[in-house]
Design a binder for this molecule. Structure first.
Ligand code: FEO
Length: 413
């Protein structure tokens, strides 16, 4: 639908001014095979307001597009829901032309924008959870939704229109030229769910908090910043997030077995960090150093567990100790289809984790590794297989994060 602004109308006085990116987009360590969109929304109210910008690589194109739509000196506010460069990347280019625009974001968002994009001598309006802003003909309400997808994130709700602008949340990585989900030419539900699993799932407790907040809102449309604008049956997508983030209802305490062989003790340190992080989530952890444990007892523990972590140091590009013997045993016996992952410290190349993964797959476990998680959940590198060179604070922190992530996998089984 075109209008006098030559832009797609989304809601009353509100227009999509984003970019469709048809490329196989490199994104963290993922390649987005179906491309994506960077959705940005312009509200032509008495105080014209933009909700998020677009990817940094489209900065110039975006500013040209915006300049063709309005006198950028009239832009009153730019709302930054999330500071990552695929949404805030065009902000510096835009601000150089939109000289009067005030940046609306969270306190942490403002700090990050100043650091990342060297934004100086500009006015910020810092908003807190539940704050509202009158933009002359519309009211915007802001709700903090940390870690969805990074710490500073918030969502914006257009009160009169009943439209939620949640940035990364409820997104899909797909170059959706049709823009609206009711016009979708192909089934995108699988892509919607995959996006959730990769990007939101690791932050499940925060998804639950977000769902509690938005439960109080009347939502007629969800306008995220990637992929389809969900104007048909938005509640369905809220329900899908609810289902995907719900804990198992079995009521039973979950059990995880951690088993490892270690040469210098570094792999043991990783095992301990993993065990602590998992126990903190209320699960029972059985931890075995194979040097002192009976393989049959360990195999029995695995069979009664809901998750399995197997670790080994690497020596001569291989596993050490009796880990291989244990894994061979597992491939011969019936094991449940439960989440499993590999970890290990190394000094040179760290192949042990790859051998472990191969055995785990052969034995029928759901192996958690790069192919399922990739680096797309707020960390710079994937967490599983957990491979740490020697050991240091950063490595131990990664082990803790990996333990949290693994817990989420087990708890939502
Ligand atoms: Fe779409 Fe977290 O960026």
């Amino acid at each position: 639908m075109q209008n006098e602004l030559n832009a797609v109308k989304v809601a009353d006085k509100t227009y999509w001014v984003g970019i469709v990116d048809d490329r196989k987009v490199p994104f963290h360590r993922l390649i987005l095979e179906k491309g994506t969109t960077y959705n940005s929304y312009l509200m032509m109210t008495e105080k014209p307001t933009l909700i998020d910008t677009v990817d940094i690589s489209f900065g110039r194109e975006f500013v040209e597009k915006m300049s063709g739509l309005m006198d950028l000196d009239d832009l009153a506010y730019v709302v930054v829901n999330h500071v990552e460069p695929d949404h805030a990347g065009a902000l510096p280019a835009l601000l150089s032309k939109a000289r009067n625009a005030v940046i609306v974001t969270t306190a942490l968002g403002a700090e990050l924008l100043k650091d990342m994009f060297r934004i100086r001598n500009r006015e910020f309006l810092i908003v807190n959870d539940g704050d509202s802003l009158d933009i002359g003909g519309k009211t915007l309400q802001f709700l903090e939704t940390p870690y969805l997808h990074t710490a500073e994130t918030m969502v914006t709700y257009a009160v009169e229109d009943k439209v939620l602008y949640p940035c990364d949340q409820f997104s899909t990585h797909i170059a959706a030229h049709e823009l609206f989900n009711d016009l979708a030419e192909e089934d995108y539900l699988n892509d919607f769910e995959t996006y959730y699993k990769l990007i939101m799932g690791p932050h499940r407790p925060y998804v639950r908090k977000m769902l509690e907040k938005v439960a109080d809102l009347e939502i007629n449309m969800i306008a995220p910043s990637h992929g389809y604008i969900l104007r048909e049956d938005p509640q369905r997508f809220i329900s899908l997030y609810d289902e995907m983030s719900a804990l198992s209802t079995s009521g039973e305490t979950k059990r995880v077995t951690i088993v490892y062989s270690t040469m210098t003790g570094n792999t043991r340190k990783l095992a301990q960090q993993l065990a602590e992080a998992i126990a903190d989530q209320g699960m029972v952890v059985s931890e075995y150093n194979l040097k002192n444990a009976d393989i049959k007892e360990v195999a029995d523990s695995i069979r009664s567990s809901d998750g399995l972590l197997v670790g080994s140091s690497t020596r001569y590009a291989d596993m050490v100790g009796d880990i291989e013997k244990l894994l061979q045993e597992l491939t011969k016996t019936e094991v449940k289809n439960i989440p499993a992952a590999a970890f290990g410290s190394y000094g040179w190349s760290g192949e042990a984790t790859l051998h472990i993964e191969n055995y785990l797959e052969e034995a029928g476990f759901q192996v958690i590794n790069e192919r399922h998680l990739l680096g797309n959940h707020g960390y710079d590198m994937s967490l599983f297989p957990l491979r740490v060179k020697f050991i240091d604070e950063e490595g131990l922190e990664r082990a803790r994060q990996a333990g949290e992530l693994f817990s989420e996998k087990v708890l939502t089984q």
